[in-house]
Design a protein around this ligand. Structure first.
Ligand SMILES: [Zn+2]
Ligand SMILES: [Zn+2]
Length: 357
C-alpha cells in the first residue's frame, strides 16, 4: 500500500496521542482539527497544586472532547481538575472546549476583555459608500462602516459569511444548552499577571490575526505561549474585515512588540512544534508580508487600476481563491493606501478599485 505522503508543514500534522512535557508541569496535548492548512491544535496544560489550567482547549466537537479526556487522563487528570481555561483568541479551534470545562468543573475562563466571536449578520442597510471608507480614519467610524455591510463585502465581493451549513450548525449550537461561545469570566488586559503552573505569567495583547488575540509570557522561565500570533512555519490569516482601519499595520506592531521581548527561550505555538527563536520568527513573518506588499505593487503595475478580486487572483494560487484570500488581499491593499502607495475609488458597479504606484 502506498504510504500516506508526509504533510509539508508541521502545522498540518495530524494530532498525536502522545503528551509531551515542554518544561516542568507544562504539557503539550494535540487535539484534532480539520481546517485549511491545519491538522491539530495544541492545548497546553499548566499543572499546579490545585489541578491544572489549559490553554486553547480545541473545537466544540465530540471528537475533540474525547481527545481532551484521553490526553488529560495520560497526565493523571480529569476535566473536573481543570480550574482555568485560557483562550488566546476568538476562533472556534481555540475556545471551543471552554464551555464544556465550565460545565464539568466551573472553570474560570480567561480571555482578552475585547473577546468577541463575530458571525457576520446581515443588517438592513445595503451599501458602504467610498466616502464612508475614505472618511474612516478613526477606528470608531471604521467599526460603523464595517458593521453596516450587508449583501457585499466592503470591496464589492460576495458577502463575507460562512457556508450556510456551518451557520446553521452554529445557530443550533447556540440554541442547545447555551451554545459554544464561552462566557469570559475573567477578562484580562495587557500586562495583567496570572499565576500558572506555579509561575508568574503576564498577558501580552497582540492584535492582528484577531483584535482580541493575547499571548502569555513567563519571564522567569523564558516561555511564551504565542497562540496563532507567531507560528513556526506558516503565517496567520490577516483579515481585511477588521475594525482597525489598517489591520496589517496592527499585526506588524504586534510582531515588533513580541520581537522586542528579551530572554524567550521557547515559544509555544497553538499549531506546530515549540520553537526557540521567537524574535527571529516574528521578524521573518513581517518580512514575508513586506514581500507580499512588493508583489502586490508589481501586480498593480501589470494590472493598472483593478478590483480586489483581480489583485487576489494574481496574488494567490487558484486553489486558495475565495473570500479569505480576498479579505487578506484587501488588508494588504488598505495598508498600501494608508502608506500612500495606493489610491482607491469605488466604480459604478460598487467595486473598490485600487491603483498602485
Ligand atoms: Zn486563529
Ligand atoms: Zn488557530
Amino acid at each position: 500500500m502506498p504510504e500516506k505522503p508526509k504533510p509539508r508543514r508541521q502545522e498540518q500534522e495530524d494530532a498525536r496521542r502522545e503528551v509531551t512535557e515542554i518544561a516542568p508541569n507544562i504539557l503539550r496535548m494535540e487535539l484534532p482539527i480539520r481546517m485549511p492548512g491545519l491538522g491539530h491544535v495544541n492545548m497546553y496544560a499548566l499543572i499546579d497544586d490545585e489541578g491544572a489550567a489549559v490553554v486553547d482547549p480545541g473545537l466544540p466537537t465530540k471528537d475533540s472532547w474525547i481527545a481532551v479526556n484521553d490526553r488529560l487522563k495520560q497526565a493523571g487528570l480529569k476535566p473536573k481538575d481543570v480550574h482555568t481555561v485560557l483562550v488566546t483568541h476568538s476562533h472556534p479551534d481555540h475556545f471551543g472546549g471552554a464551555n464544556r470545562f465550565r460545565k464539568e468543573s466551573g472553570a474560570e475562563v480567561v480571555a482578552h476583555q475585547s473577546f468577541k466571536f463575530g458571525v457576520m449578520e446581515a443588517s438592513d442597510e445595503t451599501d458602504v459608500s467610498v466616502d464612508d471608507l475614505s472618511a474612516s480614519e478613526n477606528d470608531e467610524t471604521h467599526r460603523q462602516v464595517v458593521d453596516r455591510w450587508n449583501h457585499r463585502t466592503p470591496w464589492g465581493g460576495q458577502p463575507p459569511r460562512p457556508p450556510f451549513k456551518m451557520r446553521m450548525r452554529w445557530r443550533m449550537a447556540r440554541w442547545i444548552g447555551g451554545g459554544m461561545i464561552p462566557q469570559i469570566t475573567k477578562p484580562v488586559n495587557a500586562g495583567d499577571p496570572l499565576r500558572l503552573a506555579g509561575r508568574e505569567w503576564f498577558v501580552t495583547h497582540t492584535p492582528g490575526h484577531t483584535e482580541d488575540h493575547i499571548c502569555f509570557h513567563c519571564p522567569e522561565e523564558g516561555l511564551f505561549l504565542s497562540g496563532d500570533h507567531v507560528l513556526p512555519t506558516i503565517t496567520p490569516h490577516i483579515s481585511g474585515l477588521a475594525f482597525h482601519k489598517d489591520p496589517l499595520l496592527q499585526f506588524f506592531e504586534s510582531l515588533d512588540q513580541v520581537a522586542a521581548i528579551e530572554n524567550v527561550d521557547q515559544a509555544l505555538p497553538a499549531h506546530g512544534h515549540p520553537f526557540p527563536d521567537l524574535g527571529g520568527r516574528a521578524i521573518a513573518i513581517k518580512e514575508h508580508h513586506y514581500d507580499r506588499l512588493d508583489t502586490m505593487k508589481r501586480i498593480g503595475r501589470e494590472l493598472g487600476p483593478a478590483n480586489v478580486q483581480a489583485f487576489s487572483q494574481n496574488l494567490f494560487k487558484k486553489r486558495s481563491w475565495g473570500e479569505m484570500a480576498e479579505s487578506e488581499t484587501f488588508a494588504h491593499l488598505e495598508h498600501l493606501r494608508h502608506t500612500g502607495d495606493a489610491e482607491m475609488h469605488r466604480d459604478d458597479e460598487g467595486f473598490l478599485i485600487y491603483e498602485l504606484g
